[in-house]
Ligand binder design. Structure first.
Ligand code: S3P
Length: 177
């Protein structure tokens, strides 16, 4: 465990449905740190759900808000857990900001896992299409190398209990499990 792991924010990245929010909450109990979900912060600030932001203001508008928020986080003092929207690391400028913000964990999940978790979900505008599995597969193939490049640690989540994943992260952080 390096100095970075011990002191800095914990940044959870990964595809929609990879478990960032749930894991963030569990980590927050264990480490007694606040947990913040960037999607939720944006929804509160805009006073509407993400799906509505996409519909009325467009994806580009949302992506700008993500970058602005990351900039704020990178300038903040203190230590928190952040779970980031699945598309946040896709913009080049965000990648540097995410690394600057803290220790980055990529929760890596297969298209099959994501599809099983998200089928029927109506809150993710990018997956509202005729072939959500095909879309998930295509997006993961494109995004996975980018998530990996951004990550300090890659955590495979397929077929694993949350508690097992939590323990792996705690060990990396040098915290008791
Ligand atoms: C997105 C992921 C979503 C949300 C938006 C776009 C993406 O966040 O930011 O719908 O591009 O993958 P979650 O990963 O929290 O679902």
């Amino acid at each position: 465990m390096g100095k970075k792991e011990k002191k800095s924010n914990i940044m959870l990245i990964g595809f929609m449905g990879s478990g960032k929010s749930t894991l963030g909450i569990r980590l927050s109990y264990k480490l007694k740190l606040a947990v913040k979900d960037t999607d939720k912060i944006i929804e509160e600030r805009e006073n509407m759900p993400i799906s509505e932001i996409f519909k009325t203001k467009g994806e580009g508008y949302f992506r700008n808000l993500e970058t602005k928020l990351l900039q704020e986080i990178s300038e903040k003092k203190g230590r928190c857990i952040y779970s980031l929207g699945g598309g946040t690391p896709m913009q080049l400028q965000n990648q540097g900001l995410i690394c600057k913000c803290g220790t980055v964990f990529y929760l890596k999940a297969s298209p099959e896992t994501i599809y099983e978790r998200l089928k029927g979900d109506t809150t993710r505008p990018l997956l509202m299409c005729d072939d959500p599995y095909g879309r998930i597969k295509e997006l993961i193939e494109y995004r996975s190398p980018i998530y990996e490049r951004c990550a300090d640690h890659i955590i495979n989540v397929d077929g694993r209990e949350q508690s097992d994943i939590l323990d792996e992260i705690l060990k990396i952080l040098g915290e008791p499990v």
